[in-house]
Structures are given as C-alpha cells and as structure tokens.
Write a new protein. Structure first.
Length: 142
C-alpha cells in the first residue's frame, strides 16, 4: 500500500470519527429515546438504522457526484469556459434562497409558551437549525 493511499485512508477515518462524535448525530436520538422512555435496545436499533441510512445516502450521493465528475472531465474544455458564470450563479441562488428563508422564517413571530416566564429566541439561521432540531425531537417530532 502506498504512503499516499495510507495517508488518505487515515484522513478519511479521522474525518469520519470526528463527524460521528458531533452531537447533531447522536443527540436527537438520545433525546428522543429519553423522552419516549425507550429501552436501550430500541434506541440502539434506531441509531443503527439512522447510521445505515446516513452512510447509504452518502455513498449514493458520492457515486452520483463521481459520475458527474467523470462526465465533466470529458467535457472540461466546454465547462471551463463557463465555470465562473455557473459557480457564481450557484452562489447567487444559494444566497438568495438563504436570504428568503431568513426573511420568512427568521422574523419574530408569536407562539405560545408553556411556562410562566418569557425569553428571547434565537431566530438566526444557525439558531433555527440547531435549536429547532433538538426542540422538535424532544417534543416527539413527526
């Protein structure tokens, strides 16, 4: 095995390890299991299926992107002429989508509180995605 391949495999392993340790992977399942009072066996089964789905989805996406990459490689000269416009368009569309999402979902909005005191809510994009995900799972989710 070449040293380059060994280094690549080690880097991939470390990225996967740190990726799996992040709380956004295990926290929702742990909170759901705790609030629903699941036995350990069920929590582990749900975590295993979620992990399998995550890995399978990543592999499928990787194969699709690999195929697209090979297609672009064959037509690279044609693609290279327009890459600035294409990538700039992707950035503009992504930015416009995030701005629209922030305008629609990020504005303060009334909602009932289940407790006696009031507090501010984090209505930023990051706050909505991280806090909202954990709160939704804690409430039972869909």
């Amino acid at each position: 095995m070449s040293s380059t391949l060994l280094l690549l495999l080690l880097a991939a392993f470390l990225v996967a390890l740190f990726h799996a340790i992040l709380p956004d992977h295990w926290m929702p399942i742990a909170m759901l299991a705790r609030t629903q009072r699941w036995p350990m066996r069920r929590a582990l089964r749900v975590a295993a299926w979620a992990g399998f789905g995550h890995i399978a989805g990543s592999l499928i996406l990787g194969v699709i992107l690999l195929a697209l990459g090979y297609g672009l490689e064959r037509n690279f000269a044609h693609f290279a002429r327009y890459q600035d416009e294409i990538l700039g368009g992707i950035l503009l569309i992504t930015g416009a989508g995030l701005l629209l999402w922030q305008m629609i979902r990020g504005a303060p909005h009334p909602h009932p509180h289940l407790h006696d005191h009031d507090h501010d809510h984090d209505h930023t994009i990051m706050g909505m995605t991280t806090q909202g995900m954990y709160r939704w799972d804690a409430l039972g989710g869909p």
